[in-house]
Ligand binder design. Structure first.
Ligand SMILES: Nc1ncnc2c1ncn2[C@@H]1O[C@H](COP(=O)(O)OP(=O)(O)OP(=O)(O)O)[C@@H](O)[C@H]1O
Length: 207
């Protein structure tokens, strides 16, 4: 179980808004996170990953304490080992598709499977600037999966994919998550695009 009970002040344009979330996420659950623009969805994922610290609260993953502000515990992102798909992909401009995946995993057969799932086999030696937006987005997803994270955080991961590609990819991802017992949190401003495959939801309200 992942237990989150945090407060984070948002740098809102006017005044100050506080993001308050208290929720439990069972291992293996797939949560859709939605809500208005600027509500704090991305900020929430970054707090879970350890990229931003909350002012107050606790995050635990099973027996491990990731954050406890009273006890001054704030585990580094490296130690939390979550997978993160950034909204803007955050790819490495000088690395090919294959190099992105090798950087994350030494396992060639696993990498071959990922390339197949993302339909990027024939683009393995391409750098990001020679990929389409959809191909770049799929690479960002594959890279996050490559380390086989126990927790995968995805920020608008399917926004650049057409409905058919999205449907096929989601089917493959579900099979992997099932095999590996991955817990997944997906931010989407358009929850319909996720179809019915999520089994939890978290609505983050705006101001
Ligand atoms: N590191 C930070 N610390 C505190 N507040 C932040 C930080 N980064 C962004 N914010 C603020 O948090 C608010 C919410 O931003 P965030 O990107 O989390 O929203 P969002 O719900 O993901 O929006 P969108 O759907 O438009 O991407 C904004 O007002 C932003 O200025």
């Amino acid at each position: 179980m992942i237990t989150v009970d945090i407060e984070k002040k948002l740098k809102a344009y006017k005044g100050q808004q506080v993001l308050k979330i208290a929720r439990q996420f069972p291992v293996g659950s797939i949560t859709k996170i939605y809500g208005p623009s600027g509500a704090g969805k991305t900020t929430f994922l970054k707090v879970i990953a350890g990229l931003i610290g909350p002012e107050k609260g606790k995050i635990t993953f099973g027996d491990a304490v990731w954050v406890d502000t009273d006890a001054r515990i704030n585990l580094s992102p490296k130690k939390r080992k979550v997978g993160f798909v950034f909204q803007n992909y955050a790819l490495f401009p000088n690395m090919t598709v294959l190099e992105h995946l090798r950087y994350a995993s030494p396992n060639d057969s696993w990498i071959a499977r990922l390339l197949r799932i993302g339909k990027l086999e024939t683009f393995a030696d391409h750098k990001p600037e020679y990929l389409s937006g959809g191909q770049q987005q799929r690479l960002a997803i594959l890279r996050a999966l490559a380390t086989k994270p126990k927790l995968l955080l995805m920020d608008e991961p399917f926004s650049a994919l057409d409905p058919e590609m999205r449907r096929i990819l989601i089917k493959e991802l579900r099979a992997i998550w099932n095999e590996q017992g991955t817990t997944v949190m997906i931010v989407s401003h358009n929850p319909q695009e996720l179809g019915g495959f999520t089994n939890q939801e978290l609505y983050i309200e705006g101001i």
